[in-house]
Design a protein around this ligand. Structure first.
Ligand code: HEC
Ligand code: HEC
Ligand code: HEC
Ligand code: HEC
Length: 124
């Protein structure tokens, strides 16, 4: 009987540990290696954004610039609307273009293979 109780307690501990680790894994969203970026009603080909290439080399907060914890960021479109400026946040298309292109234009002369032409990002 006592041994059964002990086994039971061990089992409960085991299950709680698993539940706890699942919860903390959830708190940290894991982004895809490559994220397909597409604004609502976009006409051009969606942009394949190699997230992991960037996240390895660049500080998270450079892009996830308004998040309390950049490891659990909101989508850009939460604050950047389709067409309107909201609380000084430019519309989503401009937000992406400014963020992505400014850095690429600076990085390219230093030898980085960072696309700056329309069709290099909007691949057909
Ligand atoms: C560094 C990458 C990059 C380059 C270079 C770039 N764009 Fe974009 N563009 C994006 C991203 C990211 C979005 C938002 C996701 C999407 O495509 O819907 C976007 C969105 C757009 C949109 C709105 C969505 C749509 O499909 O209609 C238009 C229009 C657009 N870009 C036009 C251009 C034009 C024209 C050029 C060249 C002058 C250009 N872009 C160059 C990354 C880029
Ligand atoms: C060069 C810009 C850039 C850098 C640097 C970057 N990210 Fe991102 N990240 C993005 C973009 C763009 C998205 C897509 C957001 C969207 O869909 O609106 C994204 C998405 C994510 C998502 C998924 C969010 C969701 O709800 O879908 C997570 C998690 C994330 N990033 C974490 C990180 C972490 C952690 C780092 C640093 C180690 C990092 N990012 C660095 C641009 C970047
Ligand atoms: C929690 C809200 C929020 C999120 C999420 C957010 N932004 Fe912003 N963003 C703002 C606000 C507010 C401004 C205007 C005020 C400012 O620039 O400080 C802004 C300004 C900008 C600007 C123009 C100013 C500058 O820094 O050059 C760009 C570009 C930009 N955001 C890109 C992005 C991208 C790309 C993402 C997703 C990776 C993103 N933002 C996510 C709220 C947000
Ligand atoms: C702060 C700087 C910075 C920002 C912001 C940034 N990039 Fe980049 N990007 C780079 C650099 C540097 C490279 C070259 C990486 C290399 O050579 O390994 C690159 C490379 C790329 C490539 C080519 C990857 C390859 O393997 O050929 C694509 C596509 C790209 N970026 C898309 C984007 C898009 C879309 C955004 C905006 C959501 C963005 N980048 C924002 C710096 C940046």
């Amino acid at each position: 009987m006592r041994q059964e109780n002990l086994l039971c307690m061990i089992a409960i501990l085991f299950v709680t540990t698993i539940i706890f680790s699942i919860n903390s894994a959830k708190a940290q969203k894991t982004p895809a290696e490559t994220i397909t970026l597409k604004v609502q009603d976009g006409k051009l080909a969606p942009v394949a954004f190699p997230h992991s290439v960037h996240a390895k080399a660049i500080n998270c907060a450079v892009c996830h610039h308004k998040d309390k914890d950049p490891r659990t960021p909101e989508k850009c479109g939460t604050c950047h609307l389709a067409k309107k400026v909201k609380e000084k946040a430019p519309p989503i298309q401009d937000a992406f273009h400014t963020k992505c292109q400014t850095c690429h234009i600076e990085a390219k002369p230093k030898g980085a293979s960072a696309p700056t032409k329309c069709n290099d990002c909007h691949k057909k």
